[in-house]
Design a protein around this ligand. Structure first.
Ligand code: TMP
Length: 237
């Protein structure tokens, strides 16, 4: 399936139409951004690493019974996906305190959160992705109560699957963000799962192996992503 018109250019991916109205091509670029796009940089191999990483994770989630938009890996930097009507709400699970939670509550980074926290954010760069809750979704009509309940259930199920997967690779899944969409009325997992939208720490050293390396100007971003991919057994050849 060939890509046709460019439909949307996001901060790290470009979405293309295909000859099939129900399918899209996601192209993972080498771009990385922080601060809602305020800081942008390019990292060689990032598009390839994240595309292959995302395909690997989506397949694992499918195997565990979580429905996703993924159809096929097309090339090093492109995947074929079902076209979803995206819900403009991000679902975040936190197993340990980090990032905005630490800023908001002043709790210690790394604090174990038991049971894990579930947060919702509105996808709106201009408003800096504000935190919202279930009632906002219903009142503003971003997603129905029933579909949101499914998104929450699927996010927690993904957390269980991925926590084990990363733990077996010597990594702590600190937190992550998922986005969902509707396909013929069914809730499917969309967008991507990669170290761009998750926090992953080495179990032994608590070394950060995710996008915080870029946010905090620590260096070694792609090397960290490749290390995570290598430990999981993602094919980067
Ligand atoms: P936060 O600590 O900034 O709220 O982020 C929690 C997790 O969700 C972290 O792994 C980054 C991810 N995330 C995104 O990838 N994009 C977003 O817009 C938000 C709000 C979070």
């Amino acid at each position: 399936m060939q890509k046709q018109a460019e439909l949307y250019r996001g901060k790290a991916k470009t979405v293309y139409s295909t000859e099939d109205d129900a399918l899209l091509v996601l192209e993972f670029r080498d771009d990385t951004s922080a601060g809602d796009g305020a800081r942008i940089a390019q990292f060689e191999r990032k598009g390839k690493v994240n595309n292959r990483f995302n395909y690997f994770i989506m397949r694992k989630l499918e195997e565990a019974g979580i429905p996703t938009q993924m159809e096929a890996l097309l090339s090093d930097t492109e995947s074929l996906v079902k076209k979803l009507d995206m819900v403009p709400v991000e679902c975040v699970v936190r197993n340990r305190a980090a990032g905005s939670l630490v800023k908001r509550l002043g709790v210690e980074e790394g604090l174990v959160l038991d049971p894990p926290l579930f947060d919702l954010f509105l996808k709106n760069d201009a408003m800096h992705d504000p935190m919202i809750n279930e009632s906002y979704c219903e009142t503003f009509g971003w997603v129905s109560r029933e579909h949101l309940a499914q998104m929450k259930t699927l996010t927690y199920r993904a957390n269980a699957v991925l926590t084990t997967l990363f733990d077996n690779a010597g990594l702590i899944l600190v937190d992550f963000k998922l986005e969902f969409g509707l396909f013929n009325g069914e809730v499917l997992l969309g967008d991507e799962f990669s170290p761009d939208g998750a926090r992953l720490w080495d179990k032994a050293t608590l070394n950060k192996l995710d996008k915080d390396r870029f946010r905090q100007e620590m260096g070694g971003l792609i090397e960290a992503y490749e290390e995570v991919a290598h430990r999981l057994g993602v094919d980067l050849s």
